[in-house]
Design a protein around this ligand. Structure first.
Ligand code: FES
Ligand SMILES: [Fe+2]
Length: 424
């Protein structure tokens, strides 16, 4: 449970808000590389942390991210011409390069110095892992670019996608790091529902440790002869990583499929909507994903039949996420098709910003409680000039997540130690 003021502090992300300022201290995915595939190609609208922006890939192949409105008379830069290393406003022809400098002002006298005095807002970008990352914070505090393991894989080893979620980032993120709902809400084979009476198989024991980048936690399910260990990382400000290797129900390695690491990055569009960047990559540098596996991963991560051309789920609030009440009665917990769609139904249904003054957190909510503590700590550190977690990529570059079944006579931490180390 949070006070109304604390709930506001954690969820508002516009310019000048505490959480908005915190996100602005990190590199964030702003769009997928595939959205601006060509140099001098069409510009693309981007909304990030409540700011309207325009992305375009300039003649050098570098992606620019500038304000959505021309500084002359505020015409929309979306209709601009992307030409010779700059975006030209089509209203009166003022042109801006990727640094925000005005490089041409045909409507002013040729000897006028006015163009040296006018700039458009522009943010630095960095391209990696099929994503265009942007830094929206104070220039003097710009950190080195991100260095997550997925960003070092080659394209044949990974699948990256994004999907729109119609609610505040924090409830989406809290859903993603909650280890317990998976065996209940995502249960696709409810049988006679006796699984709900089996506490030990339903609920993992959580072991959690704070780190320099955020925290790591493991959900361990104890069986007679073995332990099933799922180890996760949460990396500031909103990156979550997990694995699907040995134990995961439903994602078990089949035939020639390569075991994988996957995760999400939750990026606030504004206070009420969120982009989720989804990634999955091969566990093994020597084994790229098979074509079929990449296709299945794309579907599971939300492409294909699930998403429209704007990355919005076709099963959404307007059609009750396609819930099939008969399937819900006899087959699956939710009656809703698709893991991500199930999450969206519950998270979006909480309201645009969940009212955390009315919740009651229990024993399985430890990761969520730690997440909130760490966000509050980070806000305090930022406001007092302290060090922020995960600003330095060295703190997290070598971590990876774990999904292993290990004999119960070996301490699970010893048995999985090597699996926690990045291999790319
Ligand atoms: S409004 Fe853009 S050049 Fe005039
Ligand atoms: Fe989920």
């Amino acid at each position: 449970m949070l006070s109304p003021a604390d709930n506001e502090r954690l969820t508002r992300v516009g310019p000048g808000t505490p959480m908005g300022n915190l996100f602005r201290r990190y590199w964030l995915p702003a769009l997928l590389a595939e959205e601006v595939p060509d140099a001098d190609g069409p510009p693309k609208r981007v909304r990030l942390l409540g700011e309207d922006l325009i992305a375009f890939r300039d003649t050098d192949g570098v992606v620019a991210l500038v304000g959505a409105f021309c500084p002359h008379r505020r015409a929309p830069m979306f209709f601009g011409r992307n030409e010779e290393c700059g975006l030209r406003c089509v209203y009166h022809g003022w042109k801006f390069d990727r640094t925000g400098a005005c490089t041409d002002m045909p409507s002013e006298p040729p000897d006028s110095l006015f163009k040296t005095k006018v700039t458009i807002d522009a943010y630095p970008t960095w391209e990696g892992g099929d994503m265009i990352w942007a830094y929206l914070g104070p220039p003097e505090l710009q950190p080195p670019p991100p260095d997550h393991e997925v960003l070092r894989t080659s394209p044949g080893h990974r699948v990256v996608s994004k999907s729109f979620e119609d609610c505040n980032f924090l409830q989406a993120l809290e859903g993603g790091i909650d280890p317990t709902h998976a065996s209940i809400m995502h249960n696709m084979n409810i049988g006679d529902r006796t699984f709900l009476n089996n506490y030990d198989s339903l609920v993992a024991h959580i072991h959690l440790e704070k780190t320099d980048y955020g925290f790591t936690y493991a959900g361990v399910r104890h069986r007679s002869s073995h332990n099933w260990v799922r180890g996760y990382h949460w990396i500031m400000p909103s990156f979550h990583m997990r694995a699907a290797v040995e134990g995961s129900f439903g994602f078990r390695e089949k035939g020639d499929e390569v075991p994988t690491i996957d995760g999400h990055i939750w990026i606030p569009i504004d206070d009420h909507t969120t982009w989720i960047y989804n990634f999955m990559y091969s566990h093994d540098p020597a084994r790229p994903l098979s074509r079929e596996q990449a296709h299945n991963a794309e579907t599971r991560l939300g492409r294909g039949d699930y998403l429209d051309a704007n990355y919005i789920s076709k099963l959404n609030r307007s059609n009750d996420y396609g819930i099939d009440r008969k399937r819900q009665k006899y087959e699956t917990m939710t009656g809703i098709e698709g893991i991500n769609t199930q999450d969206f139904a519950l998270q979006e249904g909480m309201g645009a910003i969940v009212d955390r003054t009315k919740e009651h957190l229990g024993t399985t909510d430890r990761a969520i409680i730690t997440l909130r503590q760490m966000l509050f700590e980070s806000l305090d550190a930022m406001e007092n000039g302290g060090t922020l977690r995960a600003i330095d990529p060295q703190t997290y570059r070598n971590v990876r997540s774990v999904d292993r079944i290990v004999p119960s006579d070996i301490e699970w931490r010893d048995a999985t130690k090597d699996d926690y180390v990045a291999k790319f």
